[in-house]
Design a binder for this molecule. Sequence first.
Ligand code: NAP
Length: 280
Amino acid sequence: MKIGWIGLGKMGVPMSEKILNASHDLWVYNRTEEKAKPLVDQGAEFISSPKDMLEQVEVVFVMISDDAAVEEVFAGENGLLSASASGKVIINMSTITPEMSKQMAEKCEAQQLEYIDAPVSGSVKQAKEASLVIIAGGKEKTVDQMKPLLEKIGKAVVYIGEVGTGNAAKLAVNAFLGIVTQGLAETIRFSESMGVDKAVFLNILKSGALGSPYVHIKSEAVLNDNYKAAFTLDHLAKDLRYAKSSGLNGKVGLATHDTFQEAISEFGEEDVMAVLKYLK
Ligand code: NAP
């Protein structure tokens, strides 16, 4: 199968490698061309625009930052929607708003292109292990057709409903992620303020029912003072903005939204757990 991949950031590189390793012909596009080098070195071909890509391949994956990036890649100059192509499938795995997915799906439909929103739960480690959970919205028949391909990237493909529902579920997942991250950071600070050593506190958490895999991973980051991003604080702040604009209105959720927006300017490029440094 001829496949295209747009977006070679932290997630796009390991995910697209799985498609290439599954013996598909792969064309790649990234706004900043040099980031395509790891894929080109392994045999993928760089193509100079989303338009040219869609004319070349049968299925295009998109894994880019946000709504604005998606609008540009779809509807911008030499974007996907300017291609002379029909009957092809676009799988958008970016974490964006359900509204943006619905808009792009409508435009695709008008050009007889199929659109699936298929954001992922998991991070760079899971992308490298092909163990992401893929939450897919769109026509069930199209999702079923794409399942063998999606299973090269993820350990589970969950069909959730009409287009945009994948994005909706992903925003809820990341609202929880934000709340848990801030909760962990605040309680570390609280324990320290009472004179409890943070290594001891984290060990107690990890030994009990609250010791989720997430708490284990983030404890390590905190104890090593290592906030190199797998998932940037910037992206989580974006997801919390999208969650709020999609109706997140609980007290904890809104407070978390505010904290992450405030933390962006100093810690946006670092890992989400760097919110601990903001809360100092
Ligand atoms: P990233 O490393 O920041 O990469 C972002 C990608 O988007 C890059 O390829 C970038 O191109 C491209 N991009 C940004 N603005 C663009 C524009 N206007 N036009 C064209 N391309 C544009 O992000 P990531 O961590 O891979 O995340 C990608 C998506 O997956 C995001 O929606 C994120 O929320 C979601 N996600 C991330 C994780 C994670 O753990 N990292 C987990 C699950 C979901 P350039 O290289 O040219 O900047």
